[in-house]
Design a protein around this ligand. Structure first.
Ligand SMILES: Cc1cc2nc3c(=O)[nH]c(=O)nc-3n(C[C@H](O)[C@H](O)[C@H](O)COP(=O)(O)OP(=O)(O)OC[C@H]3O[C@@H](n4cnc5c(N)ncnc54)[C@H](O)[C@@H]3O)c2cc1C
Length: 664
């Protein structure tokens, strides 16, 4: 039986078709129906219940996750789920585990970097989970600097094998997920050496554990690197340490799509360029951007529902107190995050399209788009994960004290999410890569080379350096062309100014190092422009459903104008807008907050998250927060007994001592 909906009065205010918005959020009716079915399947299966995860010790936590992963696999087979359905199911089980790396890194690396024969041999085994793979790149001494990796892969022509070896302590592989306890195989990145010559870092498929008894292969030392940030959180994952003592693997286990080593030990480049590796990165990073919108939407859903339930102050006449969501300060912190969730969703959707486009071009041997696609995905990975990590913490604060309780779901969401700012490329290092690409693009403008894709606007740099913002009233800020031009002009002017500063250095590398903090700012401006422009593109599509487009417009302008407000220094110092226009943007922003307010609950309902997936007492669909928080408290192990364990052993003797002293 359904209980009382404490948020019904909020849902009654809705001015748009929520079901239609659910489809927009999911990307298509097909995606909506599929994800909805999988979410409900997981939520209704007792084997996937989340209760007590944060109260488990490390070993139990890990075993619990293995059990769930095995159960998920069993259900996938029993129900004959498609690859897409299985992906959604794993997603809703919602615990970081070895399967993330197996499907998210190991399989894509073989697909992207393996030859056709290698794919035919290894992928069926991986698809059936007859082998479990990890992605072993990072070492104790080097992560970002991949060229600094020390593990060696030396070709032995006598036996037609590679010898994989860890020559130093700092060459120990360190961090790979799923490696510590579970994986049977890994893609290991090592320095390729043939005939005494080095050929850079390449990937090798290496068996780590026996498929019979799961014992490490002799010569391999392997284990878990220890507890990580947060209590439950990422500790369900066995991030591992691994060293090799002259481990031999057949020659055909080097991933050879780009470079081949012949029987004689000669290195032969294939006609596929090394940048092909970017194709895999584009895939992995587009999934990270999609995950950012999912995590951000979760936090925002919790904070929005709770902000409508929570009341503080404001009752002059003995009536109801004010819902905290009605405070303008709460709105100005919360609604830009709601808008960001939608913005990241749409840019993620576009990245998915980009990946398909890149794949098709690669198949046609057109590699021209790869550097731009790589820079764009690197930048968007950085921008969206940083913003999401910050936003989850902001949502915690928006929920006041109760946000700090694990029952809110926010501490765990934060702890699980924050490493996204580091893995798959440290976010600052990625922005520096974007900056290099932008500076190169600007430097080639004079030679007539036309910038492509997301940098195409730089082809109009002369116009953008001179244009004047055409805003006279607050409503003018609701014109897509006005917003787009302001963001393009800001980014173009920042790029050109950085390029001019760089040209003052005799050695460009010295300049790059000295100006790196400024360069990162230009990259951020460029990436924010991409997100804004993809949101505006989305509005141009034919979106069915009463009032849906209107809500999306409001969210789009909240996203853009809030950025403009936050980065006002950039817009003013580059002369893109005047202080008066900035003030008008702020007026418009306040008006948009008022328009979003009655729709806020419905806009988070459109994420279609089950209570199981949200895992938050504060974010419950029915808004029944207080009784459930009270109930939850009594589940804590400290409340198992009225008198706590340790009372008679420690506290009681101490008190007795105090009493004796007092009597003296
Ligand atoms: C939860 C988690 C899971 C992971 N999973 C895997 C995995 O499955 N497989 C795997 O191989 N690895 C994995 N990693 C490792 C991850 O990829 C690396 O940690 C990441 O690439 C960053 O490298 P680093 O740790 O060496 O950081 P560092 O490069 O040492 O960064 C330290 C600081 O230096 C700064 N910095 C570094 N270089 C520069 C520069 N050139 N200019 C300016 N600043 C710089 C960074 O911004 C950062 O602030 C994982 C990490 C985490 C946290």
């Amino acid at each position: 039986m359904k209980g009382v909906d404490h948020l019904a009065h909020e849902r009654n205010k809705t001015e748009f078709d929520v079901d239609a918005m659910k489809i927009v959020w999911a990307g298509s009716r097909h995606a909506f129906e599929l994800s909805d079915r999988m979410a409900r399947l997981v939520a209704s299966d007792p084997a996937f219940q989340k209760d007590g995860r944060i109260r488990l010790g490390r070993k139990e936590l890990f075993k619990n996750t293995l059990r769930k992963a095995a159960h998920a696999w069993k259900r996938i087979l029993e129900l004959h789920l498609t690859e897409e359905e299985a992906g959604w199911l794993r997603n809703f089980v919602d615990e970081p585990s070895f399967t993330d790396l197996h499907w998210g890194m190991f399989v894509p690396a073989i697909k992207g970097q393996g030859t056709d024969e290698q794919q035919q041999k290894w992928l069926p085994l991986a698809y059936k989970m007859q082998i479990i793979g990890s992605y072993a790149q990072t070492e104790l001494g080097h992560g970002s600097n991949v060229q600094g990796l020390e593990t060696t892969a030396t070709f032995d022509p006598e036996t037609d094998e590679f010898v994989i070896h860890s020559p130093t302590l700092t060459s120990s592989k360190w961090w790979p997920g799923g490696l510590g306890k579970v994986s049977t195989h890994a893609i290991v990145y090592a320095r390729l050496i043939t005939n005494g010559q080095e050929h850079g870092v390449h990937g090798f498929i290496v068996q780590l554990r026996s498929l019979d008894d799961h014992m490490p292969i002799p010569g391999i030392t392997i284990g878990d690197i220890g507890m990580k940030f947060g209590n439950g959180a990422y500790n369900t994952m066995d991030n591992g340490v691994l060293t090799f003592d002259h481990i031999r693997i057949p020659r055909n286990q080097m991933l050879m799509r780009v470079l081949q080593v012949t029987r004689e030990g000669k290195c032969v480049k294939s006609n596929v360029p090394r940048q092909l590796i970017y194709g895999t990165m584009v895939f992995v990073r587009q999934t990270i951007v999609a995950d950012a919108s999912t995590a951000l939407a979760r936090a925002v859903c919790i904070a929005t529902r709770y902000s409508a339930v929570r009341r503080q102050f404001g009752s002059q006449d003995g009536g109801m107190e004010t819902q905290v969501i009605d405070y303008k300060t709460q709105q100005s912190r919360l609604f830009p995050l709601l808008a960001s969730a939608y913005a990241f969703r749409f840019v993620g959707e576009w990245l998915k399209w980009l990946y398909t486009d890149v794949t098709q071009r690669l198949q046609a041997n057109d590699f021209s788009i790869l550097p731009e696609a790589h820079a764009c995905t690197a930048g968007l990975k950085s921008l969206t994960t940083t913003a999401t990590a910050d936003a989850i913490e902001e949502c915690r604060k928006l929920c006041g004290g109760h946000g700090y309780l694990c029952a809110s779901g926010l501490p765990e969401l934060f702890a699980v999410y924050v490493p996204a700012c580091t893995y798959e490329g440290d976010n600052v290092v990625l922005l520096l890569q974007v900056a290099r690409f932008l500076m190169k693009t600007v430097s080639q403008l004079g030679s007539g080379k036309k910038p492509v894709g997301t940098t195409a606007y730089l082809g109009r740099v002369q116009d953008l350096l001179q244009c004047c913002c055409d805003v006279q009233t607050a409503e003018d800020w609701l014109k897509p062309s006005v917003v787009l031009e302001a963001f393009e002009a800001r980014s173009a002017r920042m790029c050109v100014a950085r390029a001019q500063n760089l040209s003052k250095f005799e050695n460009p590398e010295d300049g790059f190092a000295e100006l790196s903090a400024d360069l990162v700012e230009a990259s951020v401006a460029h990436c924010q422009l991409i997100v804004v422009s993809k949101f505006i593109d989305k509005l141009q599509q034919d979106i069915p459903g009463k009032g849906v487009n209107r809500q999306l417009q409001n969210l789009c302008y909240i996203y853009a104008l809030n950025l403009l407000h936050k980065y006002l220094g950039d817009f003013l110092s580059t002369g893109c807008i005047t202080p008066k226009q900035a003030s008008l943007a702020n007026d418009q922003l306040r008006s948009l907050y008022s328009q979003i307010r009655p729709n806020a609950i419905a806009l988070v309902d459109a994420f279609n998250y089950t209570d199981h997936y949200l895992g938050s007492v504060l974010g419950r669909y029915d808004g029944n927060v207080y009784p459930k928080l009270y109930e939850e408290a009594w589940k804590d192990p400290l409340n198992d007994s009225v008198v706590p364990d340790g009372y008679h052993e420690y506290i009681h003797p101490m008190l007795k001592q105090q009493l004796r002293n007092a009597r003296l």
